[in-house]
Ligand binder design. Structure first.
Ligand SMILES: Cc1cc2nc3c(=O)[nH]c(=O)nc-3n(C[C@H](O)[C@H](O)[C@H](O)COP(=O)(O)OP(=O)(O)OC[C@H]3O[C@@H](n4cnc5c(N)ncnc54)[C@H](O)[C@@H]3O)c2cc1C
Ligand code: FES
Length: 298
């Protein structure tokens, strides 16, 4: 009895959120979505547009949140929402193939069904960034959750100061959303720079790690908000560099990754020191996790 009562106390905020956002009332129950479109981004990365299989509208979400994608009979993985909140009825995810489940997602085709639970987690600080310069630093697949934030910022462009996107990929073939990046680079109201770790002889762009771009980016460090996502080592050096430029830790945000199971703060699989990445994150204000960030085996 006591246990059942605590369960419902625990679930109440999620049920409230479910009603508010139109997500299913049971956050553990995957909802069938049909694949409307598959787009190959790079040799190991692809984007799926998903529609609710029952023809209803997809739930609303905030940029930075993620869903659990479930391939029936194989398994379930957390994947960020990479589209615009305005994409409804579709919901968009960009996945890089690394293991069993992502490989099974890659094998799905247009018209196939996939299970979706979510949206879960915290989001990028778009309200806090309003009226300020914004510096977005992404590495590799880390551009996926930041693309949602960028869409939202560009849709409300007059609410922000200077907006800078710094993106690093391993090689030119690994650059995500290439056409969009080219379009963004042509815009006067977005300062967009792309670098690669290794450039072949024909590459005329910048070569080097993404952190090198921070020193020449135009933003006011006294007020700017930084949003960072990529491999942990890249985020560590990026944070050091934005702090060196003068951006405060309480205006620096990053998105963390850990393996997950329940995604609702119940199983402890994603525990990161005193926090759960699924529930308290994945987007964290840096000063709140500075003590544990980069510590092995936290
Ligand atoms: C909040 C969140 C959002 C994410 N968003 C995206 C996204 O938008 N696109 C995307 O491609 N991936 C994303 N990921 C990572 C994705 O969940 C993993 O790549 C996926 O779970 C791998 O599952 P798999 O079965 O394919 O591979 P596995 O066989 O489980 O793993 C293959 C290799 O990857 C490592 N690995 C697995 N999961 C993770 C993880 N979460 N963090 C670090 N290493 C891991 C394993 O240790 C192993 O070395 C996100 C993860 C989290 C936590
Ligand atoms: S995945 Fe279960 S607590 Fe986070």
């Amino acid at each position: 009895m006591q246990r059942a009562f605590s369960f419902w106390i625990f679930m109440a905020p999620m049920l409230e959120q479910a009603v508010a956002t139109g997500m299913p009332a049971d956050p553990m129950l995957p909802v069938p979505y049909r694949i409307r479109r598959v787009r190959r981004e790079t040799k190991d990365t692809f984007t799926l547009d998903l529609d609710p299989a029952d023809g209803t509208r997809a739930f609303s979400f905030a940029p930075g949140q993620f869903n659990m994608l479930y391939v029936f009979g194989v398994g379930e993985v957390p994947i960020s929402i990479s589209g615009s909140p305005g994409d409804s009825p579709s919901i968009r995810h960009t996945t890089r193939v690394v293991g069993a489940v992502s490989k099974a997602i890659e094998a799905l085709k247009r018209g196939d069904i996939i299970g979706v639970r979510g949206p879960f987690g915290s989001h990028w600080p778009l309200n806090e960034a309003s009226g300020r310069d914004v510096v977005i630093v992404a590495g590799g697949i880390g551009l996926a959750p930041l693309r949602s934030a960028l869409y939202e910022i560009m849709a409300q462009r007059d609410q922000y100061g200077r907006v800078t996107l710094l993106y690093g990929a391993r090689t030119p073939e690994d650059i995500l959303y290439r056409r969009e990046l080219e379009r963004w680079r042509g815009k006067f109201d977005l300062d967009c720079h792309v670098t690669v770790d290794r450039g072949p002889s024909g590459w005329r762009g910048i070569v080097g790690v993404v952190t090198k771009l921070i020193s020449r980016a135009a933003f006011d460090p006294a007020t700017a908000v930084a949003m960072i996502c990529g491999p942990e080592v890249m985020m560590r050096f990026t944070i050091m560099e934005v702090h060196r430029r003068g951006v405060a830790a309480d205006r620096t945000y990053l998105s963390m990754e850990r393996n997950m199971k329940c995604a609702v703060g119940f199983c402890g699989r994603c525990q990161y020191g005193p926090v759960f990445i699924c529930k308290d994150g994945p987007v964290f204000r840096f000063d709140r996790i500075a003590g544990i960030f980069g510590v092995a085996e936290v």
